[in-house]
Design a protein around this ligand. Structure first.
Ligand code: GLN
Length: 243
């Protein structure tokens, strides 16, 4: 059984981010892969050694600060679990929490978990709109579509991006990079929701979670007609190919 934890579903759920967890759940269910999802918010006990997959969505400044302060209490355990292969998907505000610090819209700096070598500043206009990135999934260049809406400008220091921006703004609107990737941690500004529109990425996360649990990571192919349509709609409009 895969054990998943959806962190702060009540606070970090902008633009239907919860749909990412639903997509993960559905694609497990359709393959009869047993999955338990725990929903954990402020003041709930969190045991990062017990989970295979952790999901955090994005949030407005206020909610992000509350979640960040709470998560700080389990910071060391979370970092250790990540070093041991915990699979994480963190979106936008949830992504920013993993850096050394982040700034809120009023320009105030808040401490991050400092698990990933990066930081977030603000300034200028919101970076908002549709986005397409190209990332490598098991060495295969894969186009990922979504929607971004953030003030924060994230700069990577010692870690690599999730992908390169083909359309949209990405981490900071300047360096052409989007998201961050470290071990089994996937961070992105793309809400989307990301996973329902990008089945290949969802399946990658499921395979990693199965491996983390010591289970066979084989995934039965699914009829993805609908998912493929959701995936290619924006690409078609932009005149981009799926891969
Ligand atoms: N509050 C953060 C920002 O505006 C994150 C927003 C979000 O999650 N979309 O940068």
């Amino acid at each position: 059984m895969i054990r998943a934890c959806h962190l702060y579903p009540d606070l970090l759920n902008l633009y239907g981010d919860g749909g990412n967890m639903v997509a993960f759940q559905k694609r497990c269910q359709w393959r009869n892969i047993p999955l338990q999802i725990l929903y954990k918010s402020l003041a709930d006990t969190k045991d990062f050694n017990a989970y295979d997959f952790v999901f955090l969505g994005g949030g407005s400044d206020q909610e992000q600060k509350l979640a960040g302060a709470d998560l700080m209490k389990s910071r060391d355990q979370l970092q250790k679990a990540i070093e041991n292969g915990l699979v994480v998907l963190a979106i936008s505000g949830g992504y920013q929490l993993f850096g050394c610090h982040y700034e809120t819209g009023d320009g105030k700096q808040a401490p991050g978990l400092a698990i990933l070598d990066m930081y977030t500043e603000t300034g200028g206009k919101r970076l908002v709109g549709n986005a397409v990135i190209e990332m490598k999934l098991d060495g295969v260049p894969t186009r990922v579509v979504g929607f971004e809406n953030h003030y924060g400008r994230t700069f990577l220091d010692g870690i690599g991006p999730l992908g390169k921006v083909l359309f949209g703004k990405g981490n900071n609107g300047k360096d052409g990079l989007e998201g961050a990737r470290y071990k089994n941690v996937f961070c992105s500004y793309l809400h989307g929701p990301l996973l329902p529109k990008n089945a290949a990425l969802t399946d990658k996360l499921i395979r990693l979670a199965l491996k983390k649990r010591g289970l066979e990571p084989y995934l039965k192919p699914l009829d993805d007609t609908f998912e493929q349509r959701a995936h290619t709609a924006l690409l078609d409009r932009l005149g981009l190919k799926a891969n």
